[in-house]
Design a protein. Structure first.
Length: 439
C-alpha cells in the first residue's frame, strides 16, 4: 500500500453558502423573511436576517491564497475560490486533493444553526428546514457519493427537533450538528430532562451528533495583547471542556449505541484526557456520587464506546492509537479554512500514518466515518475510482488549477504598517471593523 491507494473521507469541511440557498425551498412570507445575501455599496457581501447584518461571508475561507494572506478575512465572494460555494467546483478541489467524500458544516447560520434561534417566534423553523433541504438535496444531491449530508435542528422546540431528526433520517441524513454547550443559546444544560426525546430519537435513527470546536466553548484568548498563534494553538484542545461534560452525560449509559463526533478536535490530547478522567473518577467518586451514571465502568471505557475523534494533522496521536482506539478516529481536511493542507493533504497524512497496518489505515481514513455516519460510499461509487491516485488523475485530466492567488480582504494589520506579530486584539478589531464597513 502507498499514498495513492488511500481512500480519504473528510469528516469536517465547510460551506460558504451561495445566495440561492432558500430560493427553491420557500415561498411567500417565509421566503421574504428568509436570510438574503446582499452587496454593500463598497462591494462587500453580507447576509441580512431579522434586520441584522452578518458580514463574515467567508469565515476564514482562505484556501488557495498565499500563506501571507491566511490571516485576512474574505469580505466578498469574488475573493473566494469557487470551491468554497459551488458544489461542482468543490468536487474538483476534492479530486485534486484526493478526497473521496466530505462532510460539510454550515457557515452563516452558525455551526449549530444558531442564527435561526432568533426567529423561533416567526418562520425560524421553516428557514432551518429549508436550509437542511438545500444542504441535503442540492449541495449533497448534486454529486451523489461525494458529500455526506449534515443537518441542523430547531432545538428551541423539542417536538420539532425530534420530527426533524426523523425527517432528515428519511432523507438519508443521519448526522446532525449541535452546540456542545446549549446554555450558550439559552437552552437547558444537556443534563436536563428536556433533552431525553432527542437522545431517544438519535438512538432510534442511528444519528450521530457532531460537536464542532468553537460553538459552545470557544478557545479563550489569553489576552488581547497575546500573539494570535497562542490562540490558534489551543483551538483543537478547547473541545476538551465540552467533551468532559458530554462524557458525564447519563444518557450515554441508557443508550449504549449513541455516537458523538468531536469535530476538528484532533486526537493527541485524548490519551491524557481519558487518563485524567479515570483518575478524577477513582479519586472523587465517593463524594461526587458519579457512580450513579458511570456504574462500574471507567470514564475511559465510556469515552471509547461513544466518541469519534477527528483530526487534520496529528502525528503524536497517530503514534498512540492504542490509547484512543483504532475504531474511534477519523480524518478531516478542514477545507477551505486556514488549517487545511489542501492540495497536499495526502502527502501530510501518509507521512503520519504509513507506520500503521492497512486495516488500521482503512479504518482511520474512511472506514470509521462510513460506519458511524451510515454512509454506504462504495455502493454509490466503485472504490477503485475513489483512491487518491484515481481522483488526482481525474483532476489532472480536468486541468484543475491549484496555483495560489492573492485575493485581498480585511487585514489584521493596517495598510502600510510595518510587519509585526499579529495579536488577538488585532484579529478581534479586524472583525469589528469589517462588520462596521459592511453596515
Amino acid at each position: 500500500m502507498d499514498m495513492n491507494d488511500l481512500v480519504l473521507v473528510s469528516v469536517d469541511d465547510h460551506i460558504t453558502e451561495p445566495g440561492d440557498v432558500f430560493d427553491a425551498h420557500l415561498k411567500g412570507e417565509a421566503f421574504e423573511s428568509a436570510p438574503k445575501l446582499r452587496t454593500a455599496e463598497n462591494g462587500t457581501n453580507y447576509w441580512e436576517y431579522l434586520g441584522k447584518e452578518i458580514p463574515s461571508v467567508g469565515l476564514n475561507a482562505v484556501v488557495g491564497r498565499p500563506p501571507e494572506e491566511y490571516g485576512m478575512e474574505p469580505t466578498s465572494f469574488d475573493q473566494l475560490r469557487a470551491g468554497c460555494y459551488n458544489a461542482d467546483e468543490r468536487v474538483k478541489d476534492m479530486d485534486v486533493n484526493g478526497i473521496a467524500s466530505s462532510l460539510n458544516f454550515p457557515s452563516f447560520p452558525g455551526l449549530d444553526g444558531g442564527l435561526f434561534f432568533g426567529a423561533q417566534a416567526g418562520h425560524g423553523l421553516q428557514h432551518l428546514q429549508a436550509y437542511n433541504d438545500w444542504h441535503v438535496d442540492q449541495w449533497c444531491g448534486s454529486n451523489p457519493g461525494r458529500f455526506i449530508p449534515l443537518g441542523l435542528l430547531p432545538l428551541w422546540n423539542m417536538d420539532a427537533t425530534v420530527a426533524e431528526v426523523k425527517r432528515l433520517a428519511a432523507k438519508g441524513c443521519t448526522v446532525v450538528s449541535l452546540n456542545d454547550n446549549p446554555g450558550a443559546r439559552g437552552l437547558p444544560t444537556i443534563h436536563d430532562e428536556y433533552w431525553e426525546p432527542l437522545w431517544k430519537a438519535v438512538n432510534e435513527t442511528g444519528t450521530v451528533i457532531c460537536l464542532h470546536i468553537g460553538a459552545g466553548h470557544p478557545a479563550p484568548h489569553a489576552s488581547m495583547g497575546s500573539p494570535i498563534e497562542a490562540w490558534i494553538t489551543t483551538m483543537p484542545m478547547s473541545i476538551a471542556i465540552g467533551a468532559s461534560d458530554w462524557l458525564n452525560l447519563a444518557a450515554l449509559h441508557k443508550y449504549p449505541d449513541m455516537r458523538i463526533a468531536l469535530s476538528e478536535g484532533s486526537i493527541g490530547w485524548v490519551p491524557y484526557f481519558m487518563e485524567r478522567a479515570d483518575f478524577a473518577h477513582q479519586q472523587h467518586h465517593a463524594w461526587t456520587h458519579s457512580n450513579a451514571y458511570m456504574g462500574e465502568r471507567k470514564p475511559s471505557e465510556v469515552f471509547k464506546q461513544h466518541f469519534l475523534n477527528c483530526f487534520i494533522d496529528d502525528k503524536f496521536g497517530l503514534h498512540n492509537i492504542d490509547w484512543i482506539g483504532e475504531d474511534n478516529i477519523a480524518y478531516e481536511c478542514d477545507y477551505p479554512h486556514s488549517d487545511t493542507l489542501w492540495p497536499k493533504s495526502p502527502e501530510f497524512l501518509w507521512d503520519s500514518i504509513k507506520h500503521l497496518t492497512q486495516t488500521q489505515i482503512d479504518k482511520i481514513t474512511h472506514g470509521n466515518a462510513i460506519r458511524d455516519f451510515q454512509f454506504d460510499l462504495f455502493s454509490k461509487i466503485p472504490k477503485e475510482q475513489l483512491t487518491v491516485g484515481a481522483l488526482r488523475a481525474k483532476a489532472a485530466s480536468a486541468g484543475v488549477d491549484t496555483s495560489t492567488k492573492s485575493s485581498g480582504g480585511a487585514s489584521p494589520l493596517a495598510a502600510g504598517e510595518e510587519p509585526r506579530p499579529v495579536t488577538s486584539g488585532d484579529i478581534v478589531n479586524m472583525f469589528m471593523a469589517h462588520g462596521q464597513r459592511a453596515a
